[in-house]
Each structure stands twice: as structure tokens, then as C-alpha cells.
Design a protein around this ligand. Sequence first.
Ligand code: SF4
Ligand code: SF4
Length: 142
Amino acid sequence: MSIRSRNVLLAFGQQAIHKPILYNLAVNYQIMFNILEARIFPRQEGRMILQLHGSMEDIDKAIKYMQEEKVEVEFLADKIKRDDDKCIHCGACTSVCRTEALCIDRKTMEVLFFPEKCIACDLCKIACPVGAVIGTSIDMDL
Ligand code: SF4
Ligand code: SF4
């Protein structure tokens, strides 16, 4: 069984915020997770960025479970994209990316982008001098 990882943004409404969702992920779906970021907003709504580790089958089941519990689940790999035609491989974005979703290939000196590691923090978008990073951060759509 190959272990995969996916970064997801979870949005908890009032219906879901007091349920033991994370406990169930671990116990019932064999999902290991890292909490990369968590915020609670007024009126008891919460957002959390989780890095899920497990088989693809277990991750899919766990996501279905969370959706059934009224948690909105969004894959962060889908939120930020790089326009490869615009990118000049200057490397400015790599110094701000804390998840190594952007890093320099020392052989070719090209900047590589691994969307599956991205947590949509938006810092690379601010750092990029040519506007090659597009998409929305997790804060933009609150
Ligand atoms: S949005 Fe944040 S995590 Fe994603 S590639 Fe840019 S700096 Fe890295
Ligand atoms: S800062 Fe922009 S142009 Fe420079 S490597 Fe990153 S995405 Fe490419």
C-alpha cells in the first residue's frame, strides 16, 4: 500500500465545529495528519489546513466522511497555480515558501513547483516580480 499525502483546507460551520472529526479520521480511517494552520472566526466558524497521510483509498473515504459531516473540503493543490510561460525562474518565490512547494533544481537552476505541497499562503504571489503565480489564498475567499 503506498502512502500519499494531500493538503486540504477544511471549513467548519457551526454544525461541525464541535464534532470529533479529527479523532475519527485517525481512528476510523487510519489517516495520519499534521495541522499546518488553524483559525477560529467570529460566530464559531473555523478553518484548518491539514496535511493528510494515508492510502488514496483511505484519504478518499475520509474526505467523503468529512463532507457528510458538513465540513467543506478543498484541495489546496487546486488553489494556486504557476503560469510557466511567465515564470523567469528568478527564485524569489522559493525564499518565502515554507513548505518547499517551490524549490530550485540545483542541476538545471529551474524553479520547480509541487502543487501537492502548497498550502495556499499566497506569499509567493506577493514575492513574484512578474505575476507568474495565480489563484487565491485561503484568506481571499473568506
Ligand atoms: S502559496 Fe505558499 S505554500 Fe503555496 S507555493 Fe506559494 S509560498 Fe509555497
Ligand atoms: S518568483 Fe515568479 S518568476 Fe520567480 S521563480 Fe517564482 S514564480 Fe517564477
